[in-house]
Design a binder for this molecule. Structure first.
Ligand code: NDP
Length: 329
C-alpha cells in the first residue's frame, strides 16, 4: 500500500508531546465514509496551539494536526459525495479527536464535509479557513441579532490577525463603519486597504477599564477576550452586541453585568467547531457572495507543507498578518 506524508503528534509515557513527519498509509487513517486527497490546509491560532506541543487541544494520540482542509474526494460511501467532488472541512474535532488536515489524505465522515461553494476554489477556501469562516459566523450572529450598519460603527479587535482581517473586510463590504483595534499600528495602511475607517491602538482596550464607558460602537467582533472583550462590551451602544470568538489576550472575562442589565448589550458566543451544518452552509454561501477575493488575496501568503511547523510558531506570538495557506499536495 502506498504511503503519504502527515504531520503527526505523539505523546510519550512522561506525557510529553512530540511533533514529527510520518509516512502513513490509508489503513492508518481513522474511520469515515469519505476519503479525500488533501490539496490545501491553513494555519489558524488553534493550529499554533496544537503544534506548540503543549496544549490540551489534541485529546487522542497519535494525532494528525491541522484543524481544516480542502481537497478532492477520492472514494465515498456517503450519498452526498462522489469521487472528484471538491470539498472543505472546518473543525468537527480535526486535530482534537480525529486525524486532521496536515496530511496528503484524510478519511472523515461525509456529514462533516461541505462542497466548495461556486466561485471558491480550494486555495481560497483555505485562505478563508476556520479563521475566515469564524469571522463570517460572527457577522451572521450580529445580523441575526438585528444589527445593521445604520445602528453605528462595528469594532473589530485583533484586527490584523486572521479572524480580524476577514471580519474587517466583510463588515466594510456590508456597509459598516469599521473601527479596527490593533497592537500593530504599522499595519494601519493594510487595515485601511481592507476597509477599516478608523484604527485604534490595542492598549486603548486591553487594560482594565470601567464597566460602562462612552458608547462608541453598536456591534463588534472580538477575537481577543479578557480585558479587551470587557472594554468592548462596556463601550457598546444600548441594545448593541459583541460576537465573542477568541482568546488571543486571555480566556478570562474580568467584568460585570452592568452593560447587560443597564444597556441591554448582548454577548454572542461563536463556536466554529461544532456549529450545526445549516449555519455552516449559510456562512460559506455568504463568504462566496460577500467576501472580496482580491482583498482576500491581499491578506494571504502561501507556504509549503514543509514550513508549517515554523510558521505555526509565529501565530501564537501575534506574528502573522492576515491568513496563511499551506500547500499540501
Ligand atoms: P491570529 O493570531 O491570526 O489573530 C489574533 C490577533 O489578536 C493577533 O493578530 C493580534 O492582532 C491580536 N493579539 C494577539 N495577542 C494579543 C494580546 N496578548 N492582546 C491583545 N491582542 C492580541 O489568530 P486567529 O485570527 O486565527 O484567531 C484569533 C482568535 O480566535 C484565537 O484566540 C482563536 O483561538 C480564536 N478562534 C476561535 C474560533 C471559534 O470557533 N470560536 C475559531 C477560530 C479562531 P493585532 O496585532 O491586530 O492586535
Amino acid at each position: 500500500m502506498s504511503t503519504f506524508k502527515a504531520l503527526m503528534l505523539t505523546k510519550d509515557d512522561a506525557g510529553t508531546q512530540h511533533i514529527g513527519w510520518a509516512q502513513v498509509t490509508e489503513a492508518d487513517l481513522m474511520e469515515g465514509d469519505v476519503t479525500v486527497r488533501v490539496t490545501h490546509s491553513t494555519i489558524n491560532y488553534k493550529d499554533g496551539l496544537v503544534l506548540s506541543g503543549k496544549s490540551a487541544v489534541p485529546r487522542k494520540f497519535p494525532m494528525i494536526a491541522g484543524i481544516d482542509f480542502a481537497g478532492v474526494v477520492e472514494t465515498s460511501a456517503h450519498a452526498g459525495f462522489k469521487a472528484g467532488d471538491a470539498v472543505l472541512l472546518n473543525g468537527y474535532g480535526l486535530a482534537e479527536t480525529h486525524f486532521g488536515g496536515y496530511a496528503e489524505k484524510a478519511r472523515v465522515k461525509g456529514d462533516w464535509l461541505i462542497k466548495l461553494p461556486k466561485g471558491i476554489d480550494a486555495h481560497h477556501a483555505m485562505a478563508i479557513g476556520t479563521a475566515g469562516y469564524t469571522a463570517m459566523l460572527s457577522v451572521l450572529a450580529l445580523e441575526k441579532h438585528g444589527l445593521k450598519p445604520s445602528d453605528g460603527p462595528a469594532l473589530v479587535t485583533g484586527a490584523a490577525g486572521g479572524v480580524g482581517s476577514v471580519a474587517v473586510t466583510l463588515l466594510a463590504k456590508l456597509g459598516w463603519h469599521v473601527i479596527a483595534s490593533t497592537g500593530r499600528l504599522e499595519e494601519a495602511d493594510y487595515l485601511t486597504s481592507l476597509g477599516a475607517a478608523e484604527i485604534i491602538e490595542r492598549k486603548e482596550l486591553s487594560e482594565p477599564g470601567r464597566p460602562l464607558g462612552k458608547e462608541r460602537w453598536a456591534a463588534g467582533v472580538d477575537s481577543v477576550g479578557s480585558h479587551t472583550l470587557v472594554n468592548a462590551i462596556g463601550m457598546t451602544k444600548a441594545h448593541g452586541a459583541i460576537a465573542c470568538c477568541g482568546l488571543a489576550q486571555g480566556m478570562d472575562l474580568p467584568g460585570n453585568v452592568a452593560p447587560f442589565i443597564l444597556r441591554g448589550v448582548a454577548l454572542l458566543g461563536i463556536d466554529s467547531v461544532m456549529c450545526p451544518m445549516p449555519l455552516r452552509l449559510e456562512a460559506w454561501q455568504r463568504l462566496a457572495t460577500d467576501l472580496d477575493l482580491k482583498k482576500l488575496d491581499s491578506m494571504t501568503r502561501t507556504i509549503a507543507f514543509a514550513d508549517v511547523i515554523d510558521e505555526a510558531a509565529k501565530i501564537l506570538k501575534g506574528g502573522i498578518r492576515g491568513r496563511v495557506v499551506v500547500n499540501i499536495g
